[in-house]
Design a binder for this molecule. Structure first.
Ligand code: PBG
Length: 327
């Protein structure tokens, strides 16, 4: 079986992990096929093409063209719109979904003095940091995980916030100085989870990959992404969400938390509980509750129908496209 992958360190780690799992579960041979896009070749090309969404489309095109049989993505990077001709064959067991702080001198968020510079390219992380009221300054940054870690080592910033899962997959958990509690920082919808995709008409591959699927993770991320999709329709503010499955009175249920936050730190946080089978309805219900609580008003300056770019202005030009996920 041919597994299409990007050649970034994180993509190779994720694809390698899934390839091992497929070999172990099916006894089949799995060959990694590196799909190179212009975005991998140069930062200028990536910017011109419109950001990291190009990686997802390049892998999907390779799938549809029959060049590879399946592909692995970070689930949080996938647009919420369902792609034509592509099936979500498996959502494997999720890594720790939380965000992590990597700060100078081993500091935690609470120990960083007011005025400290925290690097993040994510409006969701910047807005939730502002909501904590600690007087931290956020600095827009971009680049891969190693580049971001180096900004702290080189003292360009006092800290960065990254997905714990990415650091774990790259063997860099040693750099983490604090794992952020979802009470303070809700992760991106789908963070820490992988999406394994194949062609929708390739039932044989889908059947083999189905062994990797974890129904509990799938229900949690379906709820998170339904929440995101419903909010995107009416609100350009950054969204955090975390679904967790726990035993309720009538069996397992999804406990879903959501936040919509504005750059100035104004935020609405709510939670709801529902059954695993109705995970998407739960996400939509929580989105409606968040709207009811004023989520849309957190970004009143959004020009209608423009797919406003939520990236804060800063020294590095924004490249976010409508519908592209920003961690
Ligand atoms: N947007 C980049 C991206 N996409 C997936 C991960 C990490 C792995 C994951 O969240 O599943 C990261 C890096 C980060 O947010 O720190």
């Amino acid at each position: 079986m041919r597994l299409g992958t990007r050649r970034s360190a994180l993509a190779l780690a994720q694809s390698g992990h899934v390839a091992d799992a497929v070999r172990a579960a099916t006894g089949r041979d799995v060959e990694l096929v590196e799909v190179t896009t212009l975005g991998d070749v140069s930062r200028e090309a990536l910017t011109a093409l419109g950001g990291t969404g190009v990686f997802v489309s390049a892998l999907r095109e390779s799938l549809l063209a029959g060049e590879v049989d399946f592909a692995v993505h970070s689930l949080k990077d996938l647009p919420t719109a369902a792609p034509d001709g592509i099936a979500l064959a498996a959502v494997p067991v999720r890594e720790d979904p939380r965000d992590a702080l990597v700060a100078r001198d081993g500091l935690t968020l609470g120990e960083l003095p007011a005025g400290s510079r925290v690097g993040t390219g994510s409006p969701r992380r910047a807005a939730q940091l502002a909501a904590l009221g600690l007087g931290l300054e956020t600095v827009p940054i971009r680049g891969n995980v190693d580049t971001r870690l180096r900004l702290v080592t080189d003292a360009q910033v006092d800290a960065v916030v990254l997905a714990r899962a990415g650091l774990s997959r790259l063997g860099r958990l040693d750099a983490v100085t604090e794992t952020l509690d979802p009470l303070q920082m809700l992760p991106a919808p789908g963070q820490g989870a992988l999406a394994v995709e194949c062609r929708a008409d390739d039932a044989a591959t889908a059947a083999l990959l189905a062994v990797l699927d974890d129904p509990v993770t799938r229900a949690a991320v379906l709820a998170e992404r339904a929440l995101l999709a419903a909010l995107e329709a009416g609100c350009a503010a950054p969204v955090g969400a975390l679904g967790e499955v726990a035993e309720g009175d009538d069996g397992p249920e999804v406990y879903l938390r959501g936040v919509v936050a504005a750059p100035d730190g104004a935020a609405v946080r709510l939670s709801a509980t529902g059954s695993l089978a109705d995970a998407e309805a739960l996400g939509r219900r929580l989105a409606a509750d968040l709207f009811e609580a004023g989520a849309a008003e957190l970004m009143p300056e959004r020009p209608s129908g423009s797919g406003a770019d939520p990236m804060p202005s800063g020294p590095i030009p924004p490249t976010t496209q409508p519908g592209e996920r920003v961690p």
